[in-house]
Design a protein around this ligand. Sequence first.
Ligand code: GPP
Ligand code: MG
Ligand code: MG
Length: 343
Amino acid sequence: MSDLKSKFLEVYTALKSELLSDPDFKFTDDASEWVEKMLDYNVPGGKLNRGLSVIDSYILLKEGRELTSEEIFETSSLGWCVEWLQAYFLVLDDIMDGSHTRRGRECWFRLPKVGMIAVNDGILLRNHIPRILKNHFRGKPYYIDLLELFNEVEFQTASGQMIDLITTLVGEKDLSRYSLPLHRRIVQYKTAYYSFYLPVACALLMAGENLDNHVNVKNILIDMGIYFQVQDDYLDCFADPEVLGKVIGTDIQDFKCSWLVVKALELCNEEQKKLLHENYGKGNSACVANVKALYNDLKLEDVYLEYEEKTYEKLMNSIDAQPSKTVQEVLKSFLEKIYKRQK
Ligand code: GPP
Ligand code: MG
Ligand code: MG
């Protein structure tokens, strides 16, 4: 494991201890034990890309100068705030989506002892973020900006989740509403802001930058986030479940406005469209298999590979048009991390 990653994980342990001795709540042994288990189950088990990106971006912004131990602790803490936010979203999203597995294990709410306590655990995870920020950033000139950033991004993500959910309302299932612009709108809000813009924005604030001066960076990161979610949609259907860590394919059953179904609607003939309308969004495995067979007939894997190449090229061109070499490096390091990802 890289040195930075092991330091990052040490900071998790430190932040967890602080939260478990929060002066605003008297912890009993039961309560500590619950929160500790809940955190260990939901916060650190992912790829940690978002959290580590805060540190990576900050290092690049500091142009390779070695970070002080204070800077390492602070960038790591902000990285963990992003991971906490993600944990909060995923615990609740898995309930809403009726998912079974996440990161290679049962979803938290599926554990017999947990059930709907998971809803409150999600709220707790969310509340831990301002606790961490207060403990470590209250004296910083950018404290208010950080709080506002997390608030803004949470609002955008919940709004994206809302449009994701209401497009799948039972009784109003209407595939003809699904289009690339709707897909873009959903994923921009539910994924791109918190996964791509937020980590870089945290690093920029720590480096003393004003976020209003980085609108172009934001737009490129949003486009990268959209590309990332197209990958997610593709992997939901085509990935190796062993590699991905979650059971393949709730998107078809859940009637999701996935990039795949949008592309299928664009490419299909009348007969195939009828098949799609009859089989999409049904729990029954024969219907799911029919949809997947149609995706194969339409060669969606190839369509995806072509999309991936083109998007990479376009993003690289916009990055190269950025005036600052340092900013270019931050953006490129992000893009390289996700290009052709398998999980
Ligand atoms: C996951 O999307 C959704 C989010 C991370 C946002 C949740 C927002 C809330 C306010 C709860 P997904 O359901 O498409 O992804 P996955 O396949 O990982 O479940
Ligand atoms: Mg989900
Ligand atoms: Mg979802």
